[in-house]
Write a protein of this length. Structure first.
Length: 295
């Protein structure tokens, strides 16, 4: 009897790229590879992303850019963060009547809002590397070789009170994670290495509770790199209208003081002073003859 061996074909679905893979934003020049043309030219989707990120970065002269690190964000949680940022920006608006580096529309409803964009680290790094007039050494210091997911927050204009309100809103919406204590680390390690309650059975899968995390890495304003502490210092500056009022006050103060001095010199104060001095000099002379004529 002839044995016929059949070979079973195994069909595998194409692997879906894992969303947990994350890289740092690199601004170093790419290494030349054999058979690859330099500089690299992106195509299709990557070309669209490169041009999109380039437009965002080139607008930093009028629209400040905040670079954010984020982790464990769901779609709903990210939507809530965008809503909190927009609400904070509406509470503190720049003056619509004062001209600035980026003039705003005449109507408040049409005023541009901050835009939060989740970026792809490799393409964003290439666009950041090609941005003219920027110090890449300071960029590397700002990014600090941080690997993970990143987003950029584009503000409509540089308005320090609005920037401060947005930073406070982000801190309230995504509070920083407290560091784990030694006891918590030891307990997690023991639970990981402990034997199952029912040996031989498959452990019940427990859905992990995601706690979102977000950290301000820095900002790019007018092609200058700002570290987180510098961004906080910028947010404490007065508004443009306040600075203009202070400049007008400084320029008009000497003129006002000079006008006051001239007014006093040409007015009655100097005349009264001279009249009092005259009377003081004439007083003793006029009283001496009367004193000698008395019996």
């Amino acid at each position: 009897m002839q044995t016929i061996c059949t070979r079973r074909s195994v069909f595998r679905l194409p692997g879906i790229p894992s969303t947990s893979r994350s890289y740092a934003i690199s601004v170093k020049p790419p290494k030349p590879l054999p058979g690859k043309k330099m500089p690299r030219v992106f195509k299709d989707k990557k070309a669209f992303q490169y041009n999109w990120y380039s437009r965002i970065l080139q607008a930093n002269t009028t629209s400040p850019i905040l670079i954010l690190y984020h982790d464990d964000f769901t779609a709903q949680r990210l939507k809530k963060l965008r809503s909190d940022i927009a609400l904070a920006a509406l509470k503190v608006r720049p003056s619509l009547s004062s001209p600035g580096p980026s003039p705003l529309p005449a109507t408040a409803d049409a005023a541009p809002q901050p835009t939060l964009t989740v970026v792809r680290t490799s393409i964003f790094g290439a666009a950041l590397r090609d941005l003219p007039d920027i110090n890449l050494v300071e960029v590397e210091q700002m990014l600090n070789n941080q690997s993970g997911r990143f987003a950029v927050l584009t503000l409509p204009s540089l308005h320090p009170p609005q920037l401060s309100a947005i930073l406070r809103a982000m801190d309230r919406s995504v509070p920083p994670k407290p560091p784990k204590t030694e006891q918590e680390i030891q307990q997690a390690l023991e639970e990981k290495n402990a034997d199952p309650e029912q040996p031989g059975r498959r452990m019940k899968r427990v859905r992990q509770t995601r706690i979102p995390e977000m950290k301000l890495m820095g900002a790019i304003i007018e092609n200058r790199v700002f570290l987180p502490q510098n961004v906080q210092d910028v947010s404490k500056l007065p508004s443009l209208d306040t600075l203009r009022a202070q400049i007008v006050g400084l320029l008009s103060a000497p003129a006002a003081q000079l006008a006051a001095v001239l007014g006093e010199a040409s007015g009655g104060r100097l005349a009264r002073t001279l009249e009092g001095l005259k009377k003081g000099l004439e007083g003793p002379e006029g009283s001496s003859p009367d004193a000698g004529a008395s019996p």
